[in-house]
Ligand binder design. Structure first.
Ligand code: SIN
Ligand code: MN
Length: 235
């Protein structure tokens, strides 16, 4: 049976926060894994980042467009560990992002019958992307994404997040408090967008569901056990 149109297209989690379930096709997910795999072994590719206090993040990271440094919380042109310049955000990925924002506007319009979708979820053109790979024990504490330019944050330009591979338990809320955070499972192919009034939500990944990735991603393009997450932003 076909699911209702709006459920199939996506749902609004809060103002400016839209979840597009199973949005990326298997072919597109395969393309994205291949792209990340190729970029990930080149200059500026995946590494295990750390915070200022020396603690390591529970994930591997690669930046595109600009380097985000978890030690300083700042973006720069090169990363300090090896002076590598991050690769550009590939045009193919920017096209997926543009389409996801357009379709999110459709979801907002259908649910609210409001015309000011560009205020609720401002459009953006991604020039930076943080690619995280979580192994089956990976996680990420509650935090806000607030290191982009003042202008980008002021305008509420959205973060667009692609999930590929194993499912993640994703937490989000208005405060940095896991006991009151809301939870949503992000499965392979899901796209989550948070901008406008939701741009400053606290969010994080509490756990990865072992062995939940689609088999089609494991044979070829040989995704390792775990979860790939890409968060696109406009600096
Ligand atoms: C992030 O907040 O940087 C990543 C979120 C996720 O992995 O879903
Ligand atoms: Mn984040």
């Amino acid at each position: 049976m076909n699911r209702p149109q709006d459920e199939r297209m996506g749902s609004i989690l809060r103002s400016g926060m839209v979840l597009l379930k199973k949005y990326l096709s298997t072919d597109d997910q395969v393309k994205i894994v291949r792209l990340c795999r190729d970029l990930g072994v080149g200059p500026g590719g995946f590494y295990r980042p750390g915070y200022r206090d020396g603690a390591k993040l529970h994930l591997m990271m690669m930046c595109l467009g600009k380097n985000w440094d978890p030690e300083t919380g700042k973006y720069g042109d090169c990363r300090s560990i090896d002076d590598a310049k991050p690769p550009r955000v590939p045009d193919e990925l920017s096209c997926f992002v543009a389409k996801a924002i357009k379709d999110s506007h459709g979801v907002i319009l259908r649910n609210n019958k409001q015309k000011e979708v560009n205020e609720i979820l401002p459009p953006m053109t991604p020039n930076i992307c943080i690619v995280n790979f979580y192994s089956e024990t990976g996680k990420l504490g509650l935090h806000q994404d607030c290191d982009e330019s003042e202008e980008s944050l002021r305008r509420g330009l959205p973060v667009v997040s692609f999930s590929i591979g194993d499912t993640a338990e994703f937490l989000y809320g208005s405060q940095r408090d896991i006991s009151i955070a809301e939870r949503v499972m992000l499965e392979s192919g899901d796209v989550l967008i948070f901008g406008g009034k939701s741009r400053h939500i606290f969010h994080g990944v509490s756990s990865i569901v072992k062995g939940s990735a689609p088999l089609s991603l494991l044979d070829e393009p040989k995704l390792r056990p775990g979860r790939l997450n890409l968060t696109f932003r406009e600096y």
